[in-house]
Write a protein that binds this ligand. Structure first.
Ligand code: NDP
Length: 240
């Protein structure tokens, strides 16, 4: 029987590429999103993948959202924590709202969603939890104390959760992308982006399908011995 995958933020950018790659791989896929109804509608129309609207930063909303996915597709075998936002500014200018928005959406969401699927995965003796971190959570980045803290946080979270569930058929891993060609990166000004690309050893932005391929591998049966790991997919920009 096909495995069920839930991809948060799966209607555009990296998440959409991940959702479509799972669909091509024969999985049953649910994508979630937050506010962009038009993009979600055209994503579903194009792919046939159902889109569920809820805020991953809100535990109660996640609870309802996960219930809706399970009712429609069945128990979740693979959770991909992909949804994320940036609110970039130097710390000396950052508001508490900019800090908390990023922590809630990029870090607390990973607790919310993982908490809601982990018990069932333990009971069933199988599960894959894959979280999208960032090179900037590993190496730091100017203007991103909030984002770097959240993205580093998910790496520690995943290692601890991997240990707790290593004997239960569940693996917990992280993919840390470098700079990938999506709306998030297109929002960076042209001159800053040019300077970034010049520093990337392979001299180009990454593609969303290159992140999706790493996620698909981590979800596979062949990756059963890999847990608590972080896969860097960054064109050689960071090799820590
Ligand atoms: P996009 O901005 O293109 O897409 C973000 C997705 O997340 C959208 O589907 C969006 O929904 C959803 N989302 C945002 N906030 C919420 C929320 N509160 N609740 C539910 N869904 C939400 O992002 P990318 O594809 O660029 O990034 C995907 C992930 O990869 C993020 O975690 C990002 O931090 C990480 N990453 C990206 C890199 C890059 O170069 N692009 C590099 C390293 C990491 P909606 O459409 O409704 O807004």
């Amino acid at each position: 029987m096909s495995k069920v995958v839930l991809v948060t933020g799966g209607t555009r950018g990296i998440g959409a590429a991940i959702a479509e790659a799972f669909q091509k791989g024969g999985y049953k896929v649910a994508a979630t999103y937050h506010g962009n109804d038009d993009v979600a509608k055209s994503f579903t129309a194009r792919t046939g993948i159902p889109a569920f609207k809820f805020d991953v930063a809100d535990f109660a909303a996640c609870q309802k959202g996960v219930e809706a996915v399970v009712t429609q597709l069945g128990a979740i075998d693979v959770l991909v924590n992909n949804a994320g936002i940036t609110r970039d500014t130097f710390l000396h200018k950052m508001t508490p709202v900019q800090w908390m928005d990023v922590i809630h959406t990029n870090l607390n969401s990973v607790f919310n969603m993982s908490r809601l699927v982990i018990e069932n995965m333990r009971n069933r003796g199988f599960g894959r939890i894959i979280t999208i971190s960032s090179i900037n959570g590993q190496a730091g980045q100017i203007g991103q104390t909030n984002y770097a803290a959240a993205k580093a946080g998910v790496i520690g979270f995943s290692k601890a959760l991997a240990l707790e569930n290593a004997g239960k058929g569940i693996t917990v891993n992280v993919v840390a992308p470098g700079y990938i060609d999506t709306d998030m990166v297109r929002a960076i000004s042209d001159n800053v982006l040019e300077a970034i690309v010049a520093r990337i050893p392979v001299k180009r932005l990454g593609r969303t399908d290159e992140i999706a391929a790493a996620v698909l591998y981590l979800a596979s049966d062949e990756a059963a011995y890999m847990t608590g790991a972080t896969l860097n997919v960054n064109g050689g920009l960071f090799m820590g």
